[in-house]
Design a protein around this ligand. Structure first.
Ligand SMILES: Cc1cc2nc3c(=O)[nH]c(=O)nc-3n(C[C@H](O)[C@H](O)[C@H](O)COP(=O)(O)OP(=O)(O)OC[C@H]3O[C@@H](n4cnc5c(N)ncnc54)[C@H](O)[C@@H]3O)c2cc1C
Length: 467
């Protein structure tokens, strides 16, 4: 590698930054990657990985306590040892961080890692305040910003003076609180609310409007019903006006009354990590702190690119990584774009929530003449043999052509079935074509075929192996 090769400064080491650095290296660039915290960023350390481990453990605890087969298979409330669960969880986090981030960076000769806090001096220079002391200037041809986001602190009087939990601290909390209040009604809040309830907490969720308010309303209703079945209290249209902590107890004042709990989890959105970067100085525009990027992931400053949670794009690690790799292609002279039109979204509750493409409301807003169907899970053989028929699959199609526009699913393993919907959306399939495909019998994904068939048939009248 010559010193004349393109030099790219990559800020961060999460999903976006790693993808950008590796793709840029593959294209012959020299990379200086700057990370101020733990290598790997949110997903592996404090996000996807530990949360999915906690959720899985909580799911097992729940099944031991109760399942649809309790009459024939005896149930018994489990004894939860949170310290041991966290030890097991963190060992897997460390293993994945090492295998998927640290060793890869270590072995890559084109990538130099600097541990420190980066900020722009101008459109071709950064200063890095090194964690070990001192400062270093990094001159670059192109820069990539992948600085992610952190839990937002809503402006609730008194909150900042309390030792409230964020998703980060909740995931390593070594006790199961007796009473837990959750402020927030998005994916992160609901995943953790249900996990703690299943580990043994009495949970109350405060939703400013309703659960999952940006999704099709039927999804929030189904999740509220699922939470109610498990004894999780959901307070809709409820806002905290003050929070206090004394004598080991949180007090939260709301328009629905005063609530008390042993722990308070605040999971009400995430704030982009952009303030420390000096972006105004070089002219990178932001909106509410989120970096604005164009279709090729370039910011408002030529040569400076961004992706992931620090931008205005959806906060999923695969979106961050796809954005990072496409930005790298473009920094090296390419013209890659990121198409999010069929993007899947999954919430790992039970039942899971999974979406792809447009909702009915979005389709109407975009001027489509739409036709929709909702298939209740009583019509899905997999749900029947599971003795768990709570939930639904909804399909949105263009009325004249029958082309699929979007899918929303609230089912067990919805996260697995949604990718089939994504493929159908990507290839422009019609509901007729989906209904004519072979789907394996007794899988949840067969619900997609059955839902597609309801556009032309009464599925309840079909024989079990609907052809
Ligand atoms: C609890 C939880 C569960 C989640 N579960 C899922 C899931 O199941 N599936 C999914 O797809 N997504 C999930 N997400 C979202 C996912 O984790 C994020 O979308 C993704 O990790 C964002 O990656 P990123 O590269 O943009 O940022 P990050 O991974 O946050 O990386 C940013 C890095 O930049 C560093 N940094 C910031 N500023 C500077 C600076 N000035 N100088 C140097 N370094 C800096 C930070 O230290 C950090 O390491 C979850 C998130 C949370 C919080």
């Amino acid at each position: 590698m010559s010193d004349n090769s393109l030099h790219i400064a990559v800020i961060g080491s999460g999903g976006a930054a790693m993808a950008a650095a590796l793709k840029a290296a593959e294209r012959g660039a020299r990379i200086t990657l700057i990370e101020r915290g733990t290598i790997g960023g949110t997903c592996v350390n404090t996000g996807c990985v530990p949360s999915k481990i906690t959720i899985r453990a909580a799911h097992i605890a729940h099944l031991r306590k109760e399942s649809s087969f309790d009459e024939g298979v005896s149930a018994q409330p489990p004894v939860v040892d949170r310290v041991k669960l966290i030890r097991q969880q963190q060992a897997r986090v460390e293993e994945l961080r090492n295998n998927k981030y640290e060793s890869i960076l270590h072995d890559h000769t084109a990538i130099t890692v600097l541990k420190g806090d980066a900020r722009f001096v101008d459109a071709h220079n950064l200063t890095v305040r090194l964690n070990d002391g001192g400062e270093q200037t990094v001159h670059f041809d192109r820069a990539f910003i992948g600085t992610g986001a952190r839990p937002a602190e809503p402006p609730i009087p008194g909150l900042a003076d309390t030792p409230y939990l964020t998703s980060t601290s909740a995931l390593v909390l070594d006790t199961v609180p007796e009473r837990l209040i959750v402020i927030g009604a998005g994916f992160v809040a609901l995943e953790l609310a249900q996990a703690f309830a299943r580990l043994g907490s009495e949970v109350t969720v405060l939703a400013r409007s309703r659960l999952l308010s940006s999704e099709d309303p039927a999804i929030g209703d189904a999740m509220e019903a699922a939470f109610k079945r498990e004894g999780i209290k959901v307070l809709r249209q409820t806002q905290a006006s003050r929070a206090d902590y004394s004598d080991n107890e949180f007090t939260v004042h709301t328009n629905a009354g005063t609530l008390r709990a042993d722990q308070l989890l605040v999971a009400a959105g995430r704030t982009p990590n952009t303030e420390a970067l000096n972006l105004e100085r070089i002219g990178v525009e932001t909106s509410n702190g989120a970096i604005q990027v164009d279709g090729q992931l370039q910011t408002t400053v030529p040569g400076v690119y961004a992706a992931g949670d620090c931008t205005d794009q959806p906060q999923f690690v695969y979106v961050a990584a796809a954005g990072g790799s496409r930005a790298a292609i473009n920094m090296a002279g390419g013209g890659a774009t990121l198409d999010l039109s069929a993007m899947p979204g999954v919430m790992f509750t039970d039942p899971q929530v999974a979406t792809a493409g447009l909702t009915e409301a979005e389709s109407l807003e975009q001027g489509f003449n739409v036709d929709t169907r909702v298939l209740e899970l009583e019509n899905v053989p997999r749900a029947l043999v599971n003795f768990d028929t709570h939930g639904f699959i909804k399909m949105v199609a263009e009325r004249d052509s029958g082309c699929l526009l979007g899918v929303q699913a609230v089912t067990a393993e919805a996260g697995e079935l949604i990718q089939t919907a994504v493929m159908a959306l990507r290839s422009g399939m019609t509901v007729q074509e989906i209904g004519d495909e072979l789907f394996p019998y007794l899988t949840m994904v067969e619900g997609l075929k059955l839902c597609a068939q309801t556009f032309t048939k009464d599925v309840s009248q079909l024989s079990c192996c609907a052809g």
